[in-house]
Design a protein around this ligand. Structure first.
Ligand SMILES: NC(=O)c1ccc[n+]([C@@H]2O[C@H](COP(=O)([O-])OP(=O)(O)OC[C@H]3O[C@@H](n4cnc5c(N)ncnc54)[C@H](O)[C@@H]3O)[C@@H](O)[C@H]2O)c1
Length: 372
């Protein structure tokens, strides 16, 4: 199969869908991989590494990639100036977010594209395996970001997370102990902070206690416990998720006003609206704003700034699916793998992902019926 890896063109996006070591595996499977010149630049993979190290074909014009490849593997949803390049009947495997991208949906339905969305690939236990790596990265980034924001130069409290002997360290409070929360907790603990996690799921807080040998403290998030922890912590992290819904507003403006001046809020859940009252999204170009003397960080695509790590981590998770599609053809790959089938959002001009059709009041077609 001919597989295309275009350069990502969305602002602040440094990832590439397939790093050279993954391309090498696909080439050794007998496939031809077209990589757009400069596609690996933001992740620090050179054209030469793709060409000489991995056996890719480097192409300078994205139109040639879209015009030749049967399978396009991307990171972000195609942007409006890529719509004309997409070919009739092509397969596109990427984060698609079609419920929010109506022009793209219209384009890929008209062109009978098989649209496979990373965000809806789901295993039998309901785990979203292609979102998980990005939550791991965002969680671990929390420690690095908060260490910087706590410094005087960022108008922070002027403290080291760990302190030094005799100075006292910082307290970090994480609301939501899922993938982001646990990764943030262990990274902050490793950096020397005192860490507490709150979660409404008692099994999860027991698990965190076991996993960290009790070094990360856990609490049940009653309003009183939340208010006390927010007030006493230099770093407050929003990491809740209610699947399929906007994030609940858990930290009120009054709680923020009670935080110490120069304290830091990192609302990772901002991509679902955020769990801090009135918080607004920020970008890597302008990542923070100060309100009520507290630094607010609410970047919606945190992993985009660690392109190298994020490209490797994402492609570790996507590669088995890419290989299966390339080796078996998309239809057989779907019938062999129920997780991949759940990723199919569109095929043959029809919407096959129930929640997408429902959210847009559009017609849903059963994937099995279409394939038979
Ligand atoms: N900003 C970014 O770049 C970025 C990157 C990755 C993930 N995220 C977002 O981070 C959030 C967390 O993702 P995740 O993968 O850790 O999800 P997850 O499902 O693994 O964990 C969410 C946790 O929140 C808990 N929770 C739900 N409601 C709660 C409440 N009222 N109080 C306390 N805990 C509550 C759940 O029990 C669960 O343990 C999501 O909104 C996700 O989209 C953002």
């Amino acid at each position: 199969m001919i597989i295309g890896v275009p350069k990502e063109i969305k602002p602040d996006e440094n990832r590439v869908s397939l790093p050279p070591d993954k391309v090498e595996i696909l080439v050794s499977d007998g496939h031809k991989v077209l990589v757009e010149s400069g596609a690996g630049q933001g992740s620090r993979f050179s054209d030469d590494t793709y060409l000489y190290g991995a056996g890719a074909t480097i192409v300078s014009d994205p139109a040639e990639i879209y015009g030749t490849a049967e399978l396009i593997v991307k990171v972000k949803e195609p942007q409006p100036n890529e719509f004309d390049l997409i070919q009739e009947g092509q397969t596109i495997f990427t984060y698609l977010h079609l419920a929010a991208e109506l022009d793209l949906l219209d384009c890929i339905l008209k062109k009978n594209v098989t649209g496979i969305a990373y965000e809806t690939v789901e295993d039998d236990k309901g785990r979203l395996g292609l979102l998980h790596p990005m939550s791991e990265i965002a969680g671990r980034l929390v420690s690095q970001v908060s260490a910087r924001l706590l410094t005087n130069i960022e108008s922070g409290v002027g403290k080291l997370l760990s302190g030094v002997p005799g100075s006292g360290n910082c307290s970090a409070f994480i609301i939501g102990g899922g993938t982001v929360g646990l990764n943030a907790a262990t990274a902050l603990m490793g950096a020397g902070a005192d860490v507490t996690v709150a979660d409404i799921n008692l099994d999860r807080i027991r698990e965190i206690d076991t996993l960290t040998n009790g070094h990360v403290k856990t609490i049940y998030p009653t309003p009183a416990a939340l208010a006390e922890k927010v007030q006493r912590s230099e770093v407050v992290v929003g990491a809740v998720l209610v699947p399929g819904a906007k994030a609940p507003k858990i930290v009120s403006r009054d709680m923020v006003k009670d935080m110490m001046p120069g304290g830091v809020i990192i609302d990772v859940a901002i991509d679902q609206g955020g769990c801090v009252e009135d918080i607004r999204p920020t970008s890597h170009q302008n990542p923070t704003y100060i309100q009520d003397d507290v630094i607010h960080y609410a970047v919606t695509n945190m992993p985009g700034v660690v392109g190298h790590t994020a490209s490797i981590s994402l492609s570790n998770a996507t590669l088995p699916y890419v290989r299966s599609i390339a080796n078996n053809g998309v239809h057989k790959a779907i019938t062999l793998d129920n997780s991949l089938a759940k990723g199919i959002n569109t095929i043959g001009g029809q919407i096959t992902y129930p929640a997408l059709a429902e959210s847009l009041s559009m017609t849903f077609s059963n994937l099995k019926d279409l394939l038979s």
